[in-house]
Write a protein that binds this ligand. Structure first.
Ligand SMILES: [Zn+2]
Length: 506
């Protein structure tokens, strides 16, 4: 029996439409936390063993005749440039033509791409792919934060979505997608499907699947009590995107249509039931530091403060100063903070050298309301110019290339505030990103991470508590303060429960 000839490709971007910095080709071509743009047979060498969707395609697709075309991704930021979008869609379509006739296509996409021309980047990718391959099975792996449209679902034969945030199951999602491809090929005709959109948006700070209510919402998808279930999934949406199809959604594939609808109804019901629980406390910078210091009086284990609105993994600039300013002003406890993306600071640190001091204005790259620039004197503690090897479950084995980096100490009364600075933006989601500089985080007191939830996989086990901080940044988590213009009419925003000031709680 001949093996099914399956093309595999990936093109990923999570677009924060509130970030004014466009995402050009160069951002996709360079390596960061993920590999640089990779083409052809190199894909079969680079991705096996990595926690990335296309790695799962390769792992599960050993009985397919795999035809790798292109995989690329860029750090979340503003709209994808027209040129970048057309370039990578063009490469994928050219590859599909080259390998024709194909039996199927597996795509590793994100689901929240917005381009200069398209609110729904993935829908346009699928349109162009369909124009080349016609009616053959196309199965897609998507990120947990996908903003999925009905038109996109209609163009796919099946979709598999990450089920964990932190995303520990990216490769596993690729495995599930490859299995859906196999089932679809055996069946010989499309699955019955159902797709529903949740009528409200949920900030990423409420979406961690290790905490309720998301732990319940995202559990037991394979065991839903419906006959003939093939697959059921949910996406929690990416609310930093002012587009019509922003928001969570659920979908199901079954052998019979009523069952698919039944499964989707169950998952939608979980979101609707959870709505009133989706108002976790977000603290101010001062509240969080004071609460952290209070906790440190009863336990020596570190307290993690998450700078949730300056998460570069969600399009933040990773250089906002709100928490740093408060740490310096209060100076209540030893602290380590990471990762600041500040090229000028790195250049000064490398010019100064280890042991020397320099003055620098932090936060000069952003114009975000509510932020002020901060001038500080830094002492250079350590310098590094090699990629940092991650050790946590999510990025284990990946050498993160964020350019030159430095561990700096703020020169002040306590001399106990440390900052890790890099040339490139990257979310502080792995303890190795800080410990690489010789720090022992189990001895730390306050640890400040520019991350919203991914840090939890590696930092929660060492922390006595995690506090979420709403310091000004480009990744909005207080959605009632966002001026959306393009949402569809049926969508509302999660707000504080009546009579409850969630932001004032400590
Ligand atoms: Zn995500």
């Amino acid at each position: 029996m001949t093996r099914a000839k399956i093309a595999i490709a990936g093109f990923q971007h999570e677009t924060n439409t509130f970030n004014p910095n466009l995402t050009p080709v160069s951002e996709f071509e360079r390596a960061d936390g993920w590999p640089a743009a990779t083409r052809g047979q190199d894909i079969l060498e680079v991705f096996p063993g990595l926690n990335i969707g296309i790695g799962g395609f390769i792992q599960e697709g050993q009985d397919f005749d795999l035809r790798p075309i292109l995989w690329c991704a860029a750090e979340p930021a503003g709209h994808v440039c027209r040129d970048a979008f057309d370039t990578y869609c063009g490469e994928i379509c050219a590859g599909l033509k080259q390998h024709a006739p194909l039996d199927g296509v597996l795509l590793d996409l994100h689901g929240a791409m917005v381009t200069e021309d398209h609110f729904d980047g993935e829908l346009e990718i699928l349109r162009r792919v369909r124009a080349v391959v016609g009616d053959i099975p196309v199965v897609v792996a998507l990120d947990f934060h996908a903003n999925i449209s009905p038109a996109f679902v209609a163009l796919c034969d099946a979709i598999a979505i990450y089920r964990e945030y932190p995303h520990l199951d990216m490769a596993q999602t690729g495995v599930r997608a490859a299995r859906l491809m196999r089932q679809r090929l055996i069946l010989g005709h499309p699955f019955s499907r159902a797709f529903l959109q949740v009528p409200f948006l949920i900030p990423l700070s409420d979406q961690a699947t290790g905490q309720e209510p998301f732990a319940h919402i995202f559990s037991g998808f394979d065991d839903l009590p419906v006959p003939g279930l093939i697959s059921a999934d949910a996406a929690s949406g990416f609310p930093a995107a002012d587009i019509p199809n922003c928001g969570p959604s659920v979908l199901a594939y079954c052998t019979k249509e009523p069952a698919a609808q039944q499964a989707a109804d169950i998952l939608l019901g979980r979101f609707l039931e959870a709505e009133q629980q989706l108002t976790k406390s977000l603290l101010s910078e001062r509240q969080a530091i004071q609460k952290g210091v209070e906790l440190l009086q009863t336990s020596a284990r570190p307290v993690v403060l998450a700078d949730v609105q300056d998460n570069p993994g969600a399009g933040g600039t990773s250089d906002t100063t709100g928490l740093l300013q408060a740490l310096i002003e209060l100076d209540l406890a030893p602290a380590v903070m990471g990762i600041f993306a500040d090229l000028a600071c790195i250049q000064k640190a490398w010019s100064a050298g280890v042991g020397d001091h320099f003055d620098h204005v932090v936060g000069q790259n952003t114009q975000i309301p509510g932020l002020t620039r901060k001038t500080a004197t830094f002492e250079v503690v350590r310098l590094c110019d090699v990629p940092i090897l991650c050790t946590g479950e999510m990025y284990k084995g990946i050498a993160v290339d964020i350019g030159r980096t430095a561990l700096l100490k703020i020169v002040g009364p306590s001399n106990a505030i440390f900052v890790v600075v890099s040339e490139q933006r990257f979310q502080c989601l792995d303890c190795a990103l800080l410990e690489h500089f010789g720090l022992d985080l189990s001895d730390a007191r306050l640890i400040v991470v520019k991350s919203t939830a991914h840090f939890r996989a590696d930092f929660d086990p060492i922390a006595q508590a995690t506090l979420l901080v709403a310091s000004p940044g480009l990744h909005p988590c207080r959605l009632d303060q966002v001026s959306y213009e393009n949402l569809r009419e049926q969508v509302s925003l999660i707000k504080a429960s009546p009579g409850r000031d969630v932001f004032a709680q400590t």
